[in-house]
Design a protein around this ligand. Sequence first.
Ligand code: HEM
Length: 163
Amino acid sequence: MFEHPIHPILVHFPIALLFTSIFFEFLGYLKQRESYREFGYWLLILGFLGGLAAAGTGFWSEDAAKAVGVPEEAIDRHETFAVVSMIIFGAMLVFRWWVRSRWSDRLRSIYLAFGVAGVLILGTAGYFGGDLVYRYGAGVQKTTASTVAPPESHAPTESPERY
Ligand code: HEM
C-alpha cells in the first residue's frame, strides 16, 4: 500500500515531545512553577502515545529490514532501547497518577531522574535507528544515477560526450 516505511514518519513525534516534556519538567522544578509541570505532563501523554505508534510501526518494519540484510543484532539493539524508554515513560505516567497532589521535593527529584534517563535512552534508540537506515540501508531503495530519470528541468541540454 505504502511505497516506503511509515515508521520514519512517526518517530519524530515521541523524540521531540518527550525531550520537550522533560525540559519543561526540569524548568518547573527549578522555578517551582506548576504551569511548566502541567505543560510537561501533557507533552508526556502525547509523546508516550506517539511512542506507542512509533513502536508499533517499528515492529511492522522489522521483517522488511531483515529481508534486505540489516543485521538482526542492530535491529534488536535499536528495539531494546526504544522499548525500555517507552517502559520508563509509561511508568512515569502511572507514577504521576499515583502521586496525584502528594508531591514532595524528593518525589520530584526521583521523577525527574527517571525522565532524564528516559530521554537519554530514547536518544540512544534514535541514534541506533539512524544506524539501521544510514549504515545498513533499511527502508532505502537502492538505485544508481543511471537508473533514475532526471526531472525535466535537470535533464542535460547538451550532448553527454562533451563531459
Ligand atoms: C519509541 C519508539 C521508537 C523510536 C523513537 C524509533 C526511532 C527510529 C529512528 C529515529 C529511526 C531512523 C529513521 C530515519 O532516520 O529515517 C528508526 C528506524 C527503524 N526502526 Fe525504530 N524507533 C522506535 C521503535 C522501534 C521498534 C520497537 C522497532 C522494532 C524492531 C523499530 C524498528 C526500526 C526499523 C526496522 C528501522 C529502519 C527504518 C524502517 O525500515 O522503518 N523501531 N527508528
